[in-house]
Design a protein around this ligand. Structure first.
Ligand code: PEP
Ligand code: MG
Length: 951
């Protein structure tokens, strides 16, 4: 289950870490050399690309390096597999003539070859990289390793799909004891040069040499303390130069060798480290959670640095071409003048708004980019429009302005809330940028989940402790925890928890997933917590400034109150409120965009969507969400309370059939009433009622006190009850006396249930005037003989009821396909079964021989080793279990062409499994009520994709 949600939609985990890492790193840079935009150089470079592309490795299909920049590129957006998402988009932007610092991409194929060849780079790569470096150097008028005019580059990872923050980045590469002097001279800013150098040493030592960054941070702190300094800005060029010496000494002391001065060694070290980062534990976990194949590998992007901290005409920022929270068609983003992203993370400086409109709406009195750099802003706005038109989707971009010149550093489809996703899809369709069908395909069905979550009752009393930013919509209540591990542990015990952190980081991801909601003391709307939570659909309040968290004391203080671990709080991610205790919630109102999307999905899909429901409340909810019937009513769920349990127990301990019949006669009216309500709610829609399934001992008490009390209530001897309990105990209840096997042993049970169904259906038909056609479903059939015998009893009961009521009902009797044998013998079973419903929970269990209740404890090992990529209880195993579904469908329909086929296992609400159901031609999927909208959209998408494949 958790995996299901983890894979849901946004890849986003760790986004912010990477973003700010990139952010501050970009800001570090200054490119004092010739402008990459120089038109003469541009022509030269385009020529170079064209000529060289024709002979060399490209022609032989072994091209390792693709260049981009100054209006041209070897690759483009369609080459994500080879160039990774970032590389492909940089190439695309360069081809569009946008200002992209020149660079090159080492392909994912090289990464694969590197691992296949014992961590060796393939032959020919070095030469290609050398040429590409010359290409960048020529474009920017600098040279890699030149003591007078050094070219500095960034080295970043970039997989096919974004894995934010998972892999490593090195910036300012190309600095050593000599080039730093060149940089100081060229920039006429010695302080900047040495600051850049010490940052490079720290980053390189961390990423490539494996030294902990804290070592360097500590050295900096010590230095500041010794010199009575507080802020980094107080350090002079000489201070940074001294720190550079200290940093190098740390490397020497820890590794017994000096920090590499050879810039080529630096470059290859960084490229290798980026490849190696594909296998870090966090990257492996991320891939597992997002179903990203191990063998994809990452590309490496090497790009000329540009710098946003060269003065007041420089800046850096991130922007979305539309508002990612609301979907509003307005440029949205933040920037910092002459600053580094670190300043944001450290809370020293708060980013400013990009547009005047956003600034005014937020009531911020610091100027917007639109005001301080109107030309760069205008260019940025035009580029955003161009990018949207090109990609036909909302983009998330990163940019740097160096001395008034705008540089585009990245573009990709922007993460967005579900609300925004719906609005953007609707708007882009209305704007004619995408078709209606594309609009449908743009929404990740899993994402709809976010819309379906309860909101706080506005009339409820609440004690608001503090307010933070409304970072991810929805309300959540739970016990307060302060560590991700605690969140996971309590969640595994079935508890709802709110994870409170000062700020979140990539290491917190498992806890964030386990939590019902996330609260942070620091961080803005684009903080790690906010982006990740939005992606996961978790309510989140970030940057609650009055909140102080004490990890060691397991407590937090807010609004003058101290709350401890385990105290219950509520957060409202839509308003930013942090509230003491539990607050009642209301169902969300689904807006017009949602309705439009659902209507369109309904027009497009072929499969029907039903719900698994047995209570009137669930049935009503299912209908509200658009269910077209009930695909599974688990009747045993109707016996787990009060009087009904007692009657059931009486039936189980009865000595003989007549005793059982007496007890069953007490249950009959209750069952009839249950079914009557369901028939009325479903008003003529199909309702599949499954006969009793679980083993009988599940209905009996197990604790001593309960046994005693039950014996008294039933008026039976306690010893007799214990004997009965012992008789019913099974070694493997899942493979024991359950499902239709009970009906074979105790035919009076299905008779009672069938009678209740038919009597209720007759009455409902009379009351509502709508025809009711019950579908009676027999569970756990493996043999045609089992089914036939039970069906005969059901038919006989139907006749009896018809005789008694004078009303001849239409009904169907069908079976679940949950046992591999039934799938294989479908031809025979379909002679008498009028429908099949695939119970893929049991079918998976039985096909794999894997306990559905116990496998959670070890399936993780299988996934981390890559033996399986998905939990088969979450996403249908199309190869194995799916083949049985296909066989049963084909064989069943060979006997009975109009055999109705559906699925009612948990997979019925899983989009990937729904796509499989479409491919085998099932008539409907059935899932829990809250998954119904997800299933409607997933079914529509599956139908669209199937049509696209055919045409
Ligand atoms: C199934 O096995 O898939 C099913 C729907 O039945 P249950 O989960 O009740 O065993
Ligand atoms: Mg089952």
């Amino acid at each position: 289950m958790s995996l299901q949600s983890l894979t849901s939609f946004f890849a986003s985990a760790l986004e912010l870490q990477s973003r700010w890492l990139a952010f501050h790193a970009r800001l570090l840079e200054t490119m004092t050399s010739a402008s990459p935009g120089n038109p003469r150089q541009k022509t030269q470079m385009m020529d170079t690309i064209t000529t060289e592309g024709q002979d060399n490795p490209q022609a032989t299909g072994r091209k390792h390096v693709y260049r981009f920049g100054a209006g041209a590129a070897d690759g483009g957006a369609g080459m994500r597999n080879l160039l990774g998402g970032k590389g492909a988009n940089l190439a695309e932007m360069a081809s569009l003539g946008l200002p992209v610092p020149p660079g090159f991409t080492v392909t994912t194929d090289v990464c694969t070859a590197y691992f296949a060849n014992d961590h060796q780079f393939p032959a020919g790569l070095k030469e290609e990289v050398e040429k590409a470096l010359n290409f960048i150097g020529e474009a920017v008028g600098a040279r890699f390793g030149d003591n007078q005019n050094p070219l500095l580059v960034s080295v970043r990872s970039g997989a096919r799909v974004s894995m934010p923050g998972m892999m490593d980045t090195v910036l300012n590469l190309g600095l050593n004891d000599e080039t730093v002097e060149g940089l100081a001279r060229r920039s006429d800013d010695r302080r900047f040069a040495f600051d850049s150098y010490r940052r490079f040493i720290q980053m390189y030592s961390d990423v490539v040499l494996g030294l902990d960054h804290h070592l360097f941070e500590q050295a900096l702190e010590q230095y500041k303390n010794l010199n009575a300094m507080e802020l980094d800005t107080e350090l002079s060029a000489e201070d940074w130069a001294q720190l550079v010496e200290r940093y190098k000494q740390i490397v020497q002391d820890k590794l017994g060798k000096p920090f590499p001065q050879d810039i080529h060694e630096q470059l290859w070290g960084a490229i290798g480290a980026v490849f190696e980062s594909w296998h870090t534990a966090r990257a492996v976990t991320y891939r597992r959670l997002h179903n990203i194949p191990e063998d994809w590998g990452t590309a490496v992007n090497v790009q000329a640095m540009v710098f946003g901290n060269t003065g007041d005409r420089s800046a850096t920022g991130v922007a979305f071409t539309r508002n990612p929270s609301t979907g509003e068609n307005a440029l949205y983003g933040e920037f910092l003048v002459n600053a580094q992203g670190e300043d944001v993370v450290a809370g020293i400086r708060t980013p400013q708004y990009i547009s005047e409109a956003a600034r005014q709406a937020a009531g911020d009195d610091r100027p917007s980019l639109e005001t301080v750099m109107p030309e760069a802003f205008a260019e940025l706005r035009d580029i955003c429009l161009k990018l949207e038109r090109n990609y036909r989707d909302m983009q998330d971009i990163e940019f740097t302005i160096q001395d008034g010149k705008l540089w585009m550093l990245q573009t990709r489809a922007g993460k967005r809330t579900t609300k925004a996703a719906l609005k953007i899809a609707t708007d882009l369709t209305a704007e004619g940028l995408i078709t209606k069908e594309e609009g449908l395909l743009r929404i990740d069905p899993e994402q709809l989940d976010q819309l379906l979550h309860p909101m706080l009752d506005p009339n409820a009393k609440k004690e608001v402790l503090t307010t933070g930013l409304p970072a991810s919509p929805g309300a959540a209540t739970g016990e307060l925890v302060f560590t991700p591990d605690e969140a996971e542990t309590l969640r595994n015990l079935g508890k709802s928890v709110i994870l409170a952190r000062i700020e979140t980081s990539p290491e917190d991801i498992h806890g964030m997933h386990a939590a019902a909601g996330i609260l942070t003391a620091r961080g803005g709307m684009t903080s790690h917590a906010a982006v990740v939570a939005r992606g996961m659909g978790r309510p989140c309040v970030s940057g609650a400034k009055d909140l102080s968290i004490d990890y060691e004391g397991h407590k937090m203080t807010a609004g003058g109150r101290t709350l401890h671990r385990g105290d219950v709080i509520t957060i409202d991610g839509s308003t930013g409120e942090v509230i003491a205790g539990e607050v009642p919630t209301l169902q969300p109102e689904l807006g017009a965009d949602f309705q439009q999307l659902m209507d369109h999905a309904d027009e497009v899909r072929r499969m029907k969507v039903r719900a698994n429901a047995e209570t009137p409340r669930d049935a009503k909810q299912a209908r509200e969400f658009g269910a077209e019937g009930i695909g599974l009513c688990r009747t045993e769920h109707m016996f787990f309370e009060g009087e009904r349990t007692t009657a059931m127990r009486e039936m189980i301990v009865a000595d003989d059939e007549s005793g059982r019949r007496v007890a069953l006669a007490k249950i009959l009216p209750m069952q009839r009433q249950d079914f009557l309500e369901l028939f009325e709610i479903m008003a003529g829609l199909p309702l599949t009622i499954r006969l009793l399934d679980p083993p009988l001992h599940e209905f009996l008490p197990h604790e001593d006190s309960d046994i005693r009390e039950t014996a008294q209530r039933l008026g039976v001897d306690e010893a007799k009850l214990r004997t009965r309990l012992a008789q019913l105990k099974e070694f493997n209840p899942m493979l024991g006396h359950r499902g239709c096997r009970l009906a074979i042993s105790y035919p009076e049970i299905p008779e009672m249930q069938a009678r209740a169904i038919f009597e209720a259906a007759t009455e409902a038909g009379q009351r509502t005037g709508a025809p009711v056609v019950p579908e009676v479903m027999v569970p756990l059939v493996g043999l045609a003989g089992e089914f036939n015998e039970i069906k005969a009893r059901i038919d006989a009961t139907a006749e009896e009821v018809a005789r008694e009521t004078g009303v001849k009902l239409e009904y169907q009797v069908g079976t679940m396909i949950e046992i591999p044998r039934a799938a294989l013998r479908a031809k025979e079973i379909a002679k008498s079964a009028e429908f099949f419903s695939f119970g893929t929970n049991d079918l998976t269990q039985m096909t794999y021989g894997l306990s559905r209740d116990d496998s959670g404890s070890f399936l993780g090992d299988y996934m981390s080793r890559g033996i399986i990529t998905n939990d088969p209880f979450v996403t249908l195993d199309a190869d194995g279990v799916g083949e049985l579904v296909q066989i049963a469908s084909e064989r069943g329909r060979a006997t009975r062409t109009d055999l109705k086929l559906g699925i009612c296992g948990e997979h019925g609400g899983d989009p990937a499994s729904i796509a499989f159901c479409e491919s085998v031609g099932l008539d409907y999927v059935s899932c829990s009520p809250y998954r119904v909208p997800v299933a409607r959209l997933a079914a529509a998408q599956a139908a669209l994709r199937a049509r696209q494949t055919k045409s």
